[in-house]
Design a protein around this ligand. Structure first.
Ligand code: PLP
Ligand code: COI
Length: 416
């Protein structure tokens, strides 16, 4: 059964029901005045969307659908998508209000939102986000890679930022439903995918430094190509000696805007010198390797894959990192997660033992490092070419992600 009617986004039922004292501010969040058809999906139903019939999951929370009547034109040349510039027709929005919890998720047309100028996220950075991708299989189907890990990590970030927990099944339900609606936006071209950005932020109109009582969870989608314009060609990385990204006891393990804000100055300096990103050293002694701006880092020394351990809590626990290490172990390649000094890397380089350096990340996939600059020393890795271990990890992970290689690890979650 579907109930269809036309109304504006500013009169969402979720917001109508909200009779909290700050109700007015929440009502103003959505100013997208496009007229839309609302389709109310009931659990276990088959729901007609834009003339097509999709199979619906059984879920606990009703997700309303308010679909656009004027879909955008999809990108014609998928080889020129770039990263994070284009957004699909719809987004998911779900409010949280203290006393009520997460409620009334809705899929609605992608559009601007308005916030009170005093919204807490704007002042004190109470925000968290995630990044994952939907991939087009050769048979035309769509699949996700380890999305449960992203929702687990989101909750670790939530805990650090004193944001309420989002039940993982609910987050996944919201995501699957949105992807089902936007399936046609998943690129068909090799190397391109649909980048998924779930995020949560505090919207309370209040200037006191205090955890919020009202939040929004949103998911937006962006058909994207490789994060680095160079694709699988090696990137150049600059070791940051002056600034630090995070410190022991800080928020390094959380995926929160503040960590990225802390990186911008160094990243701008790195660009000016012709480097793609910076490699961060620890915030206490500035000698231990942590991670790169948007990826974890690994080294192949004497045939062993060596990567910084997560014990300090200052490094993001990457899902690509975890998968790459699991893959290496399954193939009998020795792996060591431990503290590594930048001096050890320079020494291994000088001794001819450093055969590969690569970054791992959802956006970056596997990015070989061609040049690593530390002070005046520039290390050229594997003659500025991708090495065999990086290539094997890249081929296997992307093979599984694009459905070309059987998934013996149970990492894939199909959408249909
Ligand atoms: N480290 C940082 C700072 C990141 O932004 C990312 C990207 O999400 C990663 C590591 C890699 O994490 P993942 O493999 O889960 O994408
Ligand atoms: C990702 O790889 O998903 C990230 O979040 C990196 C991002 C900062 C571009």
């Amino acid at each position: 059964m579907t109930a269809e009617r036309t109304r504006t986004a500013a009169t969402l039922p979720a917001l109508e029901k909200n009779n909290l004292k700050s109700k007015k501010n929440f009502k103003k969040l959505f100013q997208n005045e496009e007229k839309c058809a609302i389709i109310v999906s009931k659990p276990s139903n088959r729901t007609a969307i834009c003339g097509k019939t999709i199979k619906k999951e059984v879920f606990d929370m009703e997700i309303k659908k308010q679909l656009t009547t004027c879909p955008k034109e999809k990108p014609k040349d998928e080889s020129k998508l770039g990263f994070g510039h284009i957004f699909t027709d719809h987004m998911l929005v779900m409010p949280y209000d203290e006393g009520q919890g997460w409620h009334d998720p809705v899929i609605m047309p992608y559009g601007d939102i308005t916030l009170s100028p005093s919204a807490m996220c704007l002042h004190y950075g109470q925000t968290v986000f995630e990044g994952l991708k939907a991939y087009r299989r050769a048979d035309g189907g769509v699949q996700l890679f380890r999305p449960d890990e992203n929702f687990k990590r989101l909750n670790r970030s939530n805990e650090r930022l004193v944001i309420p927990e989002l039940p993982e099944e609910l987050g996944l339900q919201c995501l699957k439903e949105l992807i089902s609606v936007e399936k046609d936006w998943v690129p068909h071209t090799e190397g391109a995918s649909l980048y998924i950005r779930p995020f949560i932020f505090a919207v309370d109109p209040f200037l006191g430094v205090h955890p919020g009582e009202h939040y929004l969870f949103m998911i937006i989608l962006s058909p994207s190509g490789p994060y680095y314009a160079s694709g699988l060609d090696p990137v150049n990385i600059y070791v940051e000696n002056k600034y630090v990204r995070t410190v022991r006891g800080g928020m390094g393990y959380a995926k929160t805007g503040g960590n990225y804000a802390a990186s911008l100055h160094s990243q701008a300096d790195a660009y000016d010198q012709g480097y793609s990103q910076v490699l961060w050293l620890d915030g206490v002694e500035q000698k231990y390797i942590e991670e790169v701006g948007a990826m974890n880092i690994a080294f192949v020394i004497d045939g062993e894959v060596v990567t910084p351990s997560l014990e300090t809590g200052s490094i993001l626990s990457g899902i690509t990192r975890k998968s790459a290490l699991e893959l290496c172990r399954s193939k009998g390649i020795p792996v060591s997660e431990r503290r590594i000094t930048i001096q050890e890397i320079a020494d291994a380089y000088d001794a001819g033992k450093l055969s590969e350096v690569f970054g791992t990340g959802t956006a970056a996939v596997i990015s070989p490092v061609g040049h690593l600059k530390w002070g005046d020393k520039v290390m050229t890795i594997n003659n500025n070419k991708i090495g065999p271990v990086s290539q094997m990890i890249y081929d296997t992970l992307t093979g599984i992600q694009w459905g070309k290689i059987p998934d013996e690890f149970g990492w894939i979650v199909p959408i249909d």
